[in-house]
Write a protein that binds this ligand. Structure first.
Ligand SMILES: [Zn+2]
Ligand SMILES: [Zn+2]
Length: 360
């Protein structure tokens, strides 16, 4: 049983929490553990609002733990380090993404794939090794084992870099792993939201030709003009879809709502790969015959390991890649969540924790 977060730890912390599945967020006093030997403690400056925060606070995935301080796109400045910390010093700009611990000894962990460790500990709405609830970045202070902390390169603005810790690595990792990062390739990106818009940026930086696939014309100018996609395909336009059949080496599908896979499989060349990143709340239909005809693959991918997360940030710094964000004060949180629910944001809300989180 989780211990009460208000009384277990010596370090006073303050943030905004959801108390039940209404998802309403309000000010919340809790505590963090004292900085352990291998821990880094940092002052949170910005935290992105990921779409999964929305699912979690309303318990739409069924494993919410309240009170819940959401947030796993966290950046800030180191205030204290443990005696055995080697890679960080006070004053460093750092980030924590979706995970704050793992077993460190399974095959996945030993291969820098902590994200696939069966015992990974998510940054919030989970149980720490000491039995207390994990709490995320909509708060003033974070403490994490240094292995799960990354450096934010100096050239990246902290606010626009925050979403890279989830949206960034979630799209970078599959592009690399599935070999969709080769110049001259052609990939599709389905859904132009928090994940999709970063996927376009990474793919373009790899030298890949990118087609954005969307249900409506609304995002066409944005995709082509601002994000630099090469073409735009309306998935409901059968003529356009027909013309694009068999042209893509891979597709990054970021849509978390129920949607048909058949048209997407059709867009793939032989040996093409459809990579699912969204998490629909009910199973999609899998048409098998069109997979056989062309030896096509449908696969999934979830965030990335710590080594690759740092690699992604360094790559982003080199290629000037950040998320497009709308920075908000903490007291705008509930409005932002409501807007996110209607997809009314380009493309990520980031909470200005450092300047606007006021103790009450
Ligand atoms: Zn996320
Ligand atoms: Zn492990």
């Amino acid at each position: 049983m989780a211990k009460s977060p208000q009384e277990e730890h010596p370090v006073k912390a303050f943030g905004w929490a959801a108390r039940d599945k209404s998802g309403h967020l309000s000010p919340f006093h809790f505590s963090r553990r004292a900085t352990g030997e291998e821990d880094v403690q940092f002052k949170v400056l910005y935290c992105g609002i990921c779409h999964s925060d929305l699912h979690h606070i309303k318990n739409e995935w069924g494993f919410a733990m309240y009170p819940m301080v959401p947030g796993h796109e966290i950046v800030g400045e180191v205030t204290e380090i443990g005696s055995k910390v080697r890679n960080f010093k006070v004053g460093d700009k750092v980030g924590v993404g979706c995970i704050v611990n793992s077993c460190r000894s399974c095959d996945n962990c030993e291969n820098d794939l902590e994200n696939y460790c069966p015992k990974l500990i998510p940054t919030y709405s989970s149980i720490n090794q000491d039995g207390t609830l994990t709490q995320g970045g909509y708060s003033d202070i974070m403490v994490s084992n240094e292995h799960f902390v990354v450096h934010i390169p100096d050239s990246l603005p902290l606010d626009a870099a925050a979403p890279l810790l989830c949206a960034g690595i979630t799209t970078y990792s599959p592009l690399k792993y599935f070999g969709l990062d080769k110049p001259g390739m052609h990939i599709g990106v389905v859904g132009l939201g928090g994940l999709g818009h970063v996927a376009v940026k990474f793919a373009k930086a790899f030298g890949v030709k990118v087609t954005v696939i969307s249900t409506s014309l609304g995002k066409k100018d944005e995709a082509l003009g601002h994000l630099g996609a090469d073409s735009f395909l309306i998935s409901k336009d059968e003529e356009q879809m027909q013309a694009a059949m068999g042209t893509m080496d891979g597709i990054i599908d970021t849509v978390s709502a129920f949607h048909p896979l058949l048209p997407l499989i059709g867009l793939l060349k032989s040996h093409g790969k459809l990579i699912m990143l969204g998490a629909p709340d009910r199973p999609l239909e899998l048409p098998v015959f069109p997979l056989l005809a062309g030896r096509k693959i449908i696969a999934g991918s979830g965030i990335g390991g710590m080594k690759e997360t740092q690699e992604m940030l360094d790559f982003a710094a080199k290629h000037n890649i950040t998320a497009d964000i709308e920075v908000i004060p903490v007291d705008y949180l509930n409005t932002a969540i409501a807007r996110l629910e209607k997809a009314d944001v380009k493309y990520r809300f980031v909470i200005d924790i450092g300047n606007t989180l006021k103790h009450t």
